[in-house]
Design a protein around this ligand. Sequence first.
Ligand SMILES: Cc1cc2nc3c(=O)[nH]c(=O)nc-3n(C[C@H](O)[C@H](O)[C@H](O)COP(=O)(O)O)c2cc1C
Length: 342
Amino acid sequence: MNTPAALIDFLNTPLIIGSKTIQNRMALAPMAGIGHTALRQVIASFGGHGLLFTGMVSAKAVPQENPNVSTVFTWQPESLNHTVCQIFGGDPKSMAMAARRIESEGFWGVDLNFGCAVAAICKRGAGAALLKTPGLAVEIVSAVRESISCPLFVKYRTGWQDNPDLAVAMGQAFENAGADALTFHPRVAPDRRSRAPKWDIIGQVKQAVGIPVFGNGNLFQPEDGLKMVTLTGCDGLSLGRMAAARPWIFAQWTQGVTPDRHIYHDTAMQMADVLAQYHDDVTAVKLFKKWAPYFCANFKFSQSILKQLMKANTIDQLKNKLHERLNVPPEILTVPNINLFV
Ligand SMILES: Cc1cc2nc3c(=O)[nH]c(=O)nc-3n(C[C@H](O)[C@H](O)[C@H](O)COP(=O)(O)O)c2cc1C
C-alpha cells in the first residue's frame, strides 16, 4: 500500500522536544518483552525511525543494572542518540535516581510509564495505578525533571474511568511539572487492548497542552496515521504492535519505501540472527517466540505458520522452519490478524 505524501511530509517535519530536536516524528512505542535491543536493531537497519523507546525497566533496579547481563537495561552504543529509556516505579526518589543513570549513560531521553495496567505493576503502585494517585504521579514528574536535563516524556492513558476531562487535566499537570512531551494512549486501564482506542481524546489532550503530544493506539495502515494526525492534531505517532509485526514500517511511512515480497522471510531470519548474537540459544528462542505471534499475524495462514515456529527448540531449527514456510513468499494480509495482537 502506498504511503500518502501528506503523511510522509508530516512525519519528516522536525520537532523540538525539550532541549533537543528530532528530524522525524515516528516513534516505536515501549513494549516490554518485545521492544528489546534486537528488535530496535532490526528496525534501525531499515531506518526511517525518529525515536525508539525501550520496554519498561524497573526504576528500583536501574541504578544497579549491568547492561552486559541485563536483558532489559541494555542497548547498542550507536543507538543512544535515538533511544528513550522507559522506567516504571511508584516512588519519586528512585524514579529520579534511575533517570539520572539513564541520562548519564547517554540516552536521548527518559520516559515515565503511567500507563501499564498489568496487575503485577499496578500492585506496586506503579504504571497506570499512578493515575489513581495523581498527586504522586505529578511529584514523580517533578522529581525526575529536577534530576535530568535531557528530554522527559510521560506515557499515560485515559485513566480508570472513561473521563476525557481527567485525562486532559493530567496532561496539563504533567506539563506544569516539567514533562517535555506526552505519549497518550486513549484507552481506560481495564480495557487493555481489547476495545478500540478513542482517538478524539488525543485531540482534547493536544488542545490543552503546549508540549508535543504523540498519539498511540491501533495505528495499522498509513491511512490510519494520516487520519490520527488530521483528527487530533497530534505532533507525532507512536506505534507498538505494528512495528513488531513489520519492523520496516518506519521506512515505509516516512520514506514511502515499498517492501519487496521477500522482506518477511529476510526480516525473520535477521531477527533470529540478531537474537542469537546477543543471547544463548535458549533465551534467543524464547525471545523469538514472544515476537513470533506479532510477526505471524501478517500472514493469511498465520496460525499454522506460528504453530510450526513454536515447535523449534534451537535457533537453527527456527531458521529451517522459517525457510520452509517463508522462502516462497506466503499470502500477506493487508491488516494483520488482530487475534494474535494480544
Ligand atoms: C507486548 C507489549 C508490551 C508492552 N509493554 C509496554 C511497556 O513496557 N510500557 C508501556 O508504556 N506500554 C507498553 N505496551 C503498550 C504499548 O506501548 C502501546 O501503548 C499499545 O500496544 C497500543 O499501541 P499499538 O496499537 O500501536 O500497539 C505494551 C504493549 C505490548 C503489545
